[in-house]
Write a protein that binds this ligand. Sequence first.
Ligand code: HPA
Length: 277
Amino acid sequence: MKQLRIMLEQINFTTKSILNKTNHFKPEIGIILGTGLGGLVKEINAEFVIPYEDIPNFAVSTVEGHSGKLIFGELGGKKVVAMQGRFHFYEGYTMLQIAFPVRVMKALGVHSLCVSNASGGMNPSFEIGEIMIINDHINLFPTNPLIGRNIPELGPRFPDMSEVYDKKMIASAIQIANKNGIKVSQGCYAGLTGPCFETPAEYRYLSRIGADAVGMSTVPEVIVAKHSGMKVFGISIITDLGAEGKIVEITHEEVQYVASLAEPKMSLIMKEVIQTM
Ligand code: HPA
């Protein structure tokens, strides 16, 4: 019981602190940007920027390429809040810490979450730099952010996961991509802890269980977003290949570089999807 109250108190305290710092700005759409994909932030007509270290109860992100700030402003005619830099399980954060910002977004009034990430592609048709619209996921983290006593104010004990990624938003993203001559595919994202990239046997396993892409993020935030009743839209940039015969050595720097090349196309799709919502 006590633990429950503490979590709700933390969400409320953080939400109030943010509202005070943003002159009661009420975002409707939340955005979480992945490795090398922070460029969309430049398109936001930013009204308030708060570094994570100034937000009570927020963790501080530690990975190179993830500068931690919350950006409030207008994008595609909508009021948005964007996390530039996210928290990862491999950094040592708990699932609760990783998903906490999503709970705060919900408390601020956010009804839809848009996420991006860099990922390895197992689907043999994928090329480096490919944009994959996420249409499902597999949680391969050893845990789940909803484990523990459920807080009914935040969502149901047993949330339905039959359609996590909003079909209308996927359709709209495909239409936008076609209109702009951007090649996109759809697929299933497997989220796991990292920080190791996968061995060839692991990529093979991930492919056989039905995943098209693999990465070290997204699933915790998306589970909490869905639990809270938000609509979810996600894009993966395929930064390296995990298909048989195409696996080569990779580094975080290469992942960042490839993501940054594909970023303008991803940002265009995300911005226009937000516009149509
Ligand atoms: N595996 C896991 N995470 C990743 C990868 C990968 O191949 N590429 C970018 N992020």
